[in-house]
Design a protein around this ligand. Structure first.
Ligand code: G16
Length: 544
């Protein structure tokens, strides 16, 4: 007979619902009762779990295994009928979404701090996904946050740890815990979308890919599918073994943190294609020889060619992008005659549009791309989409992107991050900007006329919910844009993100470096936001 043990909870301000669950330093999560109090708050606001199924897994970072055992004992006390947990406690974010959907779960808990560094001094995180496989909507994260302020008692069953390293079924009280293959459900979804035979022929013809899994959870998935099923040579996937500290890497697939990949993709002996995925394998970076694809351009190219891939053969219903993502995909959508939605930053805002069948593809500037196949962004999906396009068009990465620019013009794009700013200063900078908004339209800055300026607000077309204060956007007369917002995913101080976009349709200028083309935009941002004054920094900490 298993007993339910009750212990006092600690009340804490879990985290104001930001972009993605609760993220804190590992040390914070290791405080007695901390993780438990958050999970209890979640379970307190979720409905009765009788007869229901929960999915559980994480990106394998430091503290993953301990957290899994705690959550299993609490899920049993909550009364779930079944819990599916990935072998070794592993599930990438897109794989968790696939498992939730395919197995009819009422939701899932994913342990990850995404692209943030791991290890004992790194970050840890937890997020809840709902029955459609996507991130919890704001109404639920608000409710959990409110509950963290008043949660009283933690309930868990008294039971030994569940062995996680082989597929098995274990009973915890009335709950059946099933350890499952973390790759199988997800691989099955991808098989239904892409032309695996065409990609096999591509690899058989000698096509070379360098897939950098950044010592994170994407490794096992990429190895099984690229090397195992598609016949890519062994060694195609590098940094393939997930490590608790990601081997000291910062598993954020952008040209700065994936500098090793960028280095391998330059020079005469470079492979045909490079790609990387992040800590929980939902982000992606696509690289050609001496050519980096911006996430905004990637989304536009995939939308433009979607019909060439089996899963999207009948065309796409529509597209969506987060507000700071460049407007490249908007022009493709207009040409295809499909709707294009602009949402706040955060994958959760795509969920309703996907569920309602209003869109098929969506993406964000933060290296996230995805589709209706799951309800999360999906790194390996993006890699396979590009491979499938290359296999059926015979064109490589750079010509595919340049072909899109030729048709629709180029959105020259860059993001400048200012990390670790004192939160009060970051907020003062944003408040200063917001105060000027009404006076901006019509004003000239650095020789450019401002056409419109606002603090982005979104009304969800499906459920009517309103999200305000989602970032300041300044649009110039030629369609160029400046966007400023504070990150919702950092764990140290505040991070200011400045997004710069200039529309260029003079093909003779496509070869120019983005930084040359954006000089006036950077100066305009400084003039409007006084970034130096508020950050005390002369230059951004990260430029992508
Ligand atoms: C999370 C969300 C993304 C979002 C990103 C923004 O990414 O899932 O949809 O674009 O945060 O981050 P920030 O607020 O720092 O700009 P992830 O990959 O960290 O889960």
């Amino acid at each position: 007979m298993i007993r339910i043990h009750t212990q006092p909870a600690i009340r804490f301000e879990g985290q104001r619902p930001g972009t993605s669950g609760l993220r804190k330093k590992v040390g914070v999560f290791q405080q007695p009762g901390y993780l438990e109090s958050f999970v209890q708050s979640l379970f307190d606001v979720l409905p009765d779990a009788t007869g229901k199924t929960l999915v559980l897994g994480g990106d394998g970072r430091f503290h993953n295994r301990e957290a899994i055992q705690v959550i299993l004992r609490m899920a049993a006390a909550k009364g779930y009928a079944r819990v599916f947990v990935g072998r070794g406690g592993i599930l990438s974010t897109p794989a968790a979404s696939a498992v939730i959907r395919r197995r009819g779960a009422s939701g899932g808990i994913v342990l990850s701090a995404s692209h943030n560094p791991g290890g004992p001094d790194g970050d840890f995180g937890i997020k809840y996904n709902i029955a459609n496989g996507g991130p919890a909507p704001e109404s639920l994260t608000e409710a959990v946050h409110a509950r963290t302020l008043e949660v009283e008692a933690i309930q868990c069953v008294e039971a030994p740890d569940v062995p996680l390293d082989s597929d098995a079924v274990v009973r915890l009280g009335a709950t059946s815990v099933e350890v499952i293959d973390p790759v199988a459900d997800y691989a099955e979804v991808l098989r239904g979308l892409f032309d695996f035979d065409a990609m096999r022929r591509l690899f058989a013809s000698g096509f070379r890919l360098r897939m950098d899994a950044m010592c994170a959870v994407g490794g096992p998935y990429a190895k099984a599918i690229l090397e195992g099923e598609l016949g890519a040579p062994v060694g195609t996937v590098v940094n393939a073994q997930p490590l608790e500290d990601f081997g000291g890497m910062h598993p954020d697939p952008n040209p700065v943190h994936a500098a090793d990949l960028i280095r391998h993709m330059s020079g005469p002996g470079a492979p045909d294609m490079g790609a990387a995925t992040d800590g929980d394998a939902d982000r992606n970076l696509i690289v050609g020889r001496n050519f980096v694809v911006t996430p905004s351009d990637s989304l536009a190219v995939l939308a433009m060619h979607a019909r060439k891939v089996p899963g999207y053969r009948d065309g796409i219903a529509g597209v969506a992008r987060s507000m700071p993502t460049s407007t490249a995909v908007d022009r493709v959508a207009a040409a295809l005659g499909v709707a294009c939605f602009e949402t706040p930053t955060g994958w959760k805002f795509f969920g309703n549009l996907l569920d309602a069948g209003l869109i098929t593809l969506c993406g964000e500037e933060s290296y996230g791309t995805g589709s209706s196949h799951v309800r999360e962004k999906d790194g390996l999906w993006a890699v396979l989409f590009w491979l499938n396009l290359i296999a059926v068009t015979g064109e490589s990465i750079e010509p595919l992107v340049r072909g899109m620019w030729r048709e629709y013009g180029r959105c020259v794009y860059s993001r400048h991050d200012y990390e670790g700013i004192a939160t009060a200063d970051a907020q003062a900078l944003m408040a200063g900007l917001r105060d000027q908004l009404d006076a901006l339209p019509g004003r000239e800055v650095q020789g450019m006329r401002i056409a419109a300026a606002d603090d982005f607000a979104y009304i969800d077309p499906v459920d009517g919910s309103v999200s305000r204060g989602q970032g300041v956007r300044v649009v110039f007369a030629d369609g160029s844009r400046l966007v400023l917002r504070l990150s919702g995913t950092g764990t140290e101080g505040s991070t200011l993100r400045l997004y710069l976009e200039r529309f260029e349709n003079d093909a003779s200028r496509y070869g120019m470096d983005a930084s040359e083309q954006l000089g006036a935009m950077v100066r305009a941002a400084e003039e409007l936001a006084q970034i130096r004054r508020w950050t005390g920094m002369d230059a951004p900490t990260v430029v992508t």
